[in-house]
Ligand binder design. Structure first.
Ligand code: UDX
Length: 440
């Protein structure tokens, strides 16, 4: 099938490359000529494991090409995917200007029946809006259908997630359009759900908000564990064995960042409000998450006292491992709080350092974890990259000014770290149980 994919961010580029790899002809469209050039040279503008290889292969075999010419791509294709960004406005509502602009241009370029598939994360009702815009801008009465096909891929495993989705949601008010998209996804042999447009649009937000809720929930439990001598890691493990709850997304820590969860929960709260419903539940998910960085820095401050003149080393900066993405990364807020308190901050991240460097030039960027630890009064794990799992902590302790370890992702074994001579703090993990008194 001939497809156009508009927008070459995470969702767009991965969608284009994966559909090309399944044997379709994909035209990837972006307004950024530099990005388009890079893609046509086989260089992915985003860091994503496996993407470069797949991109190069499909370019070489002629199934994929990038262009800035949206109208041409629409005219050449049967199916047009909209994968442009929906960044939050000042109020936290998604800005639909890019979606609107693409819809208008699709309308102007229509030269026959097309299926316009929205993959961008947009509030319920946007499919209808896209339909209206296309109608307003088409110059001839060509038919088209609008479909919502939300994307659930995670950064760092985007290719795998796109090839092996838990489910494929196809929201369409016209069954003919839905069947065409079913055909496109058929080779993946994954469960497919066909719904109306509004249902598909809500599924995306309801899913992401529920995952964010799980994280904020376990973080709220972590705070109680911390005050009572309980261990949230064991609490979460035991909860997870209940099949109705499951183990996933119950890792307490510094909370969620990234380009999706914070923005989607905020947007969902707005949508709920727009329909005169109570947004408190959704707002609370964000409030709990927002407090995590401050609470973590307060723990460091409790231990070190005045932070002026102290050195804190950070391991990891990206919002999660295996990505260089720092959008809403917890590290940014932590750095800001530490610098405001007068601390010297050192940091290392395998790939995200250049991005943070432009925001915080005053941080001392290091070549590895050991350099971060040298002469530090505290070492704080922020992002659980694999390379931090098996560090030589004997060596680290010897080079630190004070052996204080703050584990923001509960990566390390508290007992082992204490045996090695560290003061160890894990989020929601009992320090010395004898320090606790129950309040009964
Ligand atoms: C998420 C959704 O998983 C994906 O389905 C959607 O399409 C986009 O948003 P992503 O933002 O790439 O994907 O990252 P994800 O792996 O879900 O992690 C999000 C954040 O939650 C990270 O900051 C991570 O550190 C944090 N997290 C995750 C926790 O704090 N605890 C957990 O148990 C799981």
């Amino acid at each position: 099938m001939k497809i156009a994919v508009v927008g070459t961010g995470y969702v767009g580029l991965v969608t284009g490359v994966v559909f090309a790899d399944l044997g379709n002809e994909a035209l990837c469209v972006d307004i950024d000529a530099a990005k388009v050039d890079a893609i046509n040279k086989g260089q992915s503008p985003i860091y994503e494991p496996g993407l470069d290889d797949l991109l190069q292969r499909n370019l070489e075999e002629g199934r994929l090409r990038a262009t800035t010419d949206l109208a041409h791509a629409v005219r050449e294709s049967e199916v047009v995917f909209i994968c442009v960004g929906t960044p939050p406005t000042d109020t936290g509502e998604p800005d639909l200007k890019y979606v609107d602009a693409v819809a208008a241009e699709i309308g102007r370029a229509l030269n026959g029946y097309k299926i316009v598939v929205n993959k961008s994360t947009v509030p319920v009702g946007t499919g209808d809006r896209v339909r209206r815009i296309i109608e307003q801008h088409r110059t001839e009465p060509h038919e088209f259908d609008v479909v919502s096909n939300p994307e659930f891929l995670r950064e760092g495993s985007a290719i795998h997630d796109t090839l092996n989705p838990d489910r494929i949601v196809i929201g369409a008010d016209n069954p003919r359009a839905a069947m065409k998209i079913v055909e496109l996804y058929a080779p993946l042999e994954r469960p497919m759900l066909i719904t109306n447009l509004a249902t598909a649009e809500i599924i995306k937000y309801a899913s992401n908000t529920f995952l964010a809720l799980k994280i904020s929930y376990i973080n709220a439990i972590a705070d109680l564990c911390e005050r009572t001598g309980a261990d949230v890691v064991q609490v979460a493990k035991a909860m997870g064995y209940d099949q109705r709850i499951g183990h996933a997304f119950l890792q307490a820590g510094l909370g969620f960042g990234g380009s999706c969860f914070p923005k989607d929960v905020q947007a969902f709260a707005h949508t709920v409000q727009r329909y005169q419903l109570d947004p408190t539940l959704f707002q609370t998910i964000l409030d709990i998450n927002h407090a995590r960085a401050g609470q973590f820095v307060a723990q460091i401050r409790n231990r070190l006292g005045e932070l002026q003149g102290k050195t804190v080393g950070l391991l990891g900066l990206a919002f999660k491992p295996n990505t260089d993405d720092i959008r809403e990364a917890r590290a940014l807020e932590i750095i800001r709080l530490l610098l405001d308190a007068g601390a010297t901050v050192k940091a290392y991240d395998p790939v995200a350092m250049p991005r943070v460097q432009s925001l915080f030039p005053q941080v001392h960027y290091c070549r590895n974890a050991y350099e971060v630890a040298e002469n530090a009064d505290a070492l704080a794990l922020i992002t659980e990259w694999n390379e931090f799992r098996q560090l030589n902590f004997e060596r680290i302790r010897q080079t630190m000014r004070q052996p204080n370890l703050f584990d923001g992702r509960n990566l390390y074994d508290p007992q082992r770290m204490r045996k090695l001579g560290f003061y160890y703090y894990g989020v929601g993990r009992a320090a010395d149980p004898s320090e606790f008194k129950t309040v009964l």
